[in-house]
Design a protein around this ligand. Structure first.
Ligand code: 28F
Length: 648
């Protein structure tokens, strides 16, 4: 065991120290990892304790300060941690909280995270164990208690009384241990995003964030909580009504949900949280929510005669068109169950019952009370059902024609297929314009590369309904060429290609076409993006010939570098793909060994969703701005033949 100084020895405290040592030996068990993610986890642990205190009704202000040396201070104005002697061992209670490892790690053996939610202090000792030092200051019962731990909690200073106070609350300052973490630099945006989310989920709670490294700050405070959350997610869309706010408790599970329908968006986005932690993969609470919404809509529609006895029920997907919703539930620890690889899916069966009951009842009430709005929403759902029916017919027709047998031109467009069907290797280039399509046809490796030339502008799929999307020839040929269906029926296993590569001119029109295609993939083939199968090709801007050597430049800076001090230089600027020769296109843009591809990725779902709306919705100005700034999606460069082999 490590050397100790200044310790109040008891049998217990030796036990305690061994406990914290366990955290340092296997940090992953307690905070998941020791990279940037794990580092930020320390802040969440401390902030969660402050939030728990606020949730119990004590304090409504939490302040997070990042110091220039990347130490962090979190303070709340709750009751303050009790400072008396703990009954278990006679040590000061704060010392028990910060130097005792509470039973069981927060991460199970699969690395999944177990939510604390509602129980103070479980993670405080873990933070102490992984810090160079940790200072506790408590304002309580008129006095200020101060205690400092250092070296992962191994050195425990004697508590001090710093004087009198009229305030109450807890202040924790800690510096993550550089011997444990691969990075000890906090990312402002990561911290801000998480704190903002917490502030949305707990109405009335104010969270201030102050970064003393560069004097940035933010203050998050939402009097209307998730109602404001749902409004912010739909800021660029046209709301049909004021958000419906539903809350209630059932069998010890507390539920809040905010529901908002928008008229100029046909997608759905439902964000769910359990004990303030995002459940990315949904679970029983989301199932309960969807079931309730579907039942409420159908029952109300029958009550007002919008659905007759002979009519079939509307389907859930129709009822969720244009829906944005937040579901936030609190589940007592003993009922919590998480599933899936990343433990991001709620398994608690009671959560389905609870959410279903409360949402159904309140939604019926909402629809009865707001008859006009209910009529609009039901009419929209009925229209969606009709569109779905039309889409199904169109799909059935498309399915009749199998790829590999010769397809009518209108279904596959002008596809130039590869010689062999090999979904694990084949690449599909979506190419702007017939003439560039022709060059690409000549320049490609015909064994595995397919070319689909697109004429004219692709449709803006954000603003129109499925049945209209399916009238667009370019879109239909893309769907059929990929061969995996679209929307709810999309099945990535049927995808005919390993990579789908958007290849446009490097100009404003090209950027616009990229955006339109990405919007289409985002709305109707999200999985392709999630699976990392969508790419953007990057043709060069310049060709430079110096003596007998040819170079390509992708930026003006590169061009200057290449030219250097040479004076007999010929420079060709490519205005479009069509200006390149077949060899040039192969060398720079098609050849897996030499090209650079940008892999399109999704950020946080809500963020990506809002961004697509800004780009493609009715507001022209934000769109223009975006196009001028070009591609915003995340980048990943340099895909070569080697990494293609990795995929198999
Ligand atoms: C900056 C981080 O950790 N705030 C906390 C409290 C308040 C109580 C508490 C915490 C007592 C015996 C466990 C006060 N008065 N902010 C925080 N605020 N913990 S942590 O109690 C912990 C229990 O063992 C508190 C009455 N009851 C509870």
């Amino acid at each position: 065991m490590a050397k100790q100084t200044n310790v109040q020895y008891t049998e217990e405290s030796i036990q305690v120290l061994e406990g914290l040592e366990a955290v340092r030996k296997r940090p992953g068990m307690y905070i998941g990892s020791t990279d940037a993610r794990g580092l930020h986890h320390l802040v969440w642990e401390i902030v969660d304790n402050a939030i728990d205190e606020a949730l119990q009704g004590f304090g409504a202000l939490i302040t997070v300060k990042i110091y220039p040396d990347n130490s962090v201070e979190v303070s709340d104005n709750g009751r303050g941690i009790p400072t008396g002697k703990h009954k278990s061992n006679g040590l000061p209670t704060p010392q028990v909280i910060f130097n005792t490892l509470h039973a069981g790690g927060k991460f199970d053996s699969n690395g999944g995270y177990k939510v604390s939610g509602g129980l103070h202090g479980v993670g405080s000792s873990v933070v102490n164990a992984l810090s160079e030092y940790l200072e506790v200051t408590i304002h309580r019962e008129g006095k200020i208690y101060y205690q400092k731990y250092s070296n992962g909690g191994k050195n425990i200073e004697k508590p001090k009384w710093l004087g009198d106070t009229r305030k109450t609350g807890t202040i924790i300052k800690f510096k993550p241990d550089g011997k444990i973490f691969s990075s000890t630099i906090f990312d402002y945006k990561t911290v801000a995003t998480r704190l903002k989310e917490s502030a949305y989920l707990i109405k009335g709670l104010k969270i201030d964030l102050i970064d003393l490294r560069n004097n940035q700050s933010d203050s998050f405070h939402y009097e209307h909580g998730i109602v404001e959350f749902v409004k912010s997610l739909t800021a660029s869309k046209k709301a049909i009504h004021e958000p419906a706010f539903i809350s209630g408790e059932f069998n010890g599970i507390y539920i809040e949900t905010a529901i908002l329908y928008c008229s100029n968006s046909y997608s759905e986005s439902v964000l769910s949280f359990v004990n303030n932690i995002r459940t990315h993969d949904g679970g029983t609470h989301e199932v309960g929510f969807r079931t309730a919404l579907t039942r409420a809509f159908n029952d109300h529609a029958r009550m007002i005669g919008a659905l007759k006895d002979k009519d079939p029920n509307m389907e859930g997907a129709d009822i969720r068109e244009g829906l944005t919703a937040i579901i936030s539930i609190r589940v007592p620890e003993n009922l919590l169950q998480f599933e899936g690889q990343t433990k991001n899916k709620l398994g608690t069966p009671d959560a389905k019952t609870a959410v279903e009951n409360i949402v159904y009842e309140n939604m019926r009430f909402f629809m009865a009370e707001k008859g006009e709005i209910a009529n609009t929403l039901i009419n929209n759902a009925l229209r969606a059902a009709k569109a779905r029916e039309a889409a199904r017919k169109a799909r059935d027709e498309a399915r009749m024609v199998k790829q590999k047998t010769s397809k009518p031109a209108n279904l596959l467009g002008k596809l130039i297929p590869p010689q062999f069907a090999n979904p694990k290797v084949n690449e599909l280039f979506l190419v702007e314009g017939d003439s560039a399509g022709g060059t690409a046809k000549q320049g490609r490796d015909s064994v595995f590369q397919a070319i689909l030339p697109l004429r004219g502008k692709v449709l803006n799929t954000e603003k129109i309904k499925i049945d209209e999307v399916l009238k667009n020839e370019e879109i239909v040929s893309i769907i059929n060429t990929i061969g995996a269906g679209f929307g709810q029926d999309f099945d990535i296993n049927k995808c005919n290609y390993n990579r789908i590569i958007i290849m446009t001119d490097a100009d404003t029109d090209g950027a616009h076409i990229q955006t339109l295609l990405l919007t289409f993939f985002f709305r109707y083939m999200t999985e392709l993006i999630e699976a990392g199968k969508i790419y953007i090709a990057t043709p060069p801007l310049y060709k430079v010939v110096i003596k007998a050597n040819t170079y390509y430049a992708w930026t003006d800076e590169e061009l200057r570098e290449i030219i250097g001090h040479h004076n007999n230089v010929s420079i060709q600027r490519f205005k479009g793909l069509g200006e390149m020769s077949t060899e040039q296109l192969w060398e720079t843009t098609l050849d897996p060994a030499r090209r650079t591809l940008i892999q399109v990725k999704l950020g946080e779902y809500g963020v990506a969703d809002n961004r697509v709306s800004v780009l493609m919705g009715d507001d022209v100005e934000p769109r223009r701005e975006w196009i001028e700034n070009n591609v915003v999606f995340d980048f990943e460069d340099n895909f070569t033949l080697e990494d293609k082999e990795d995929d198999e």
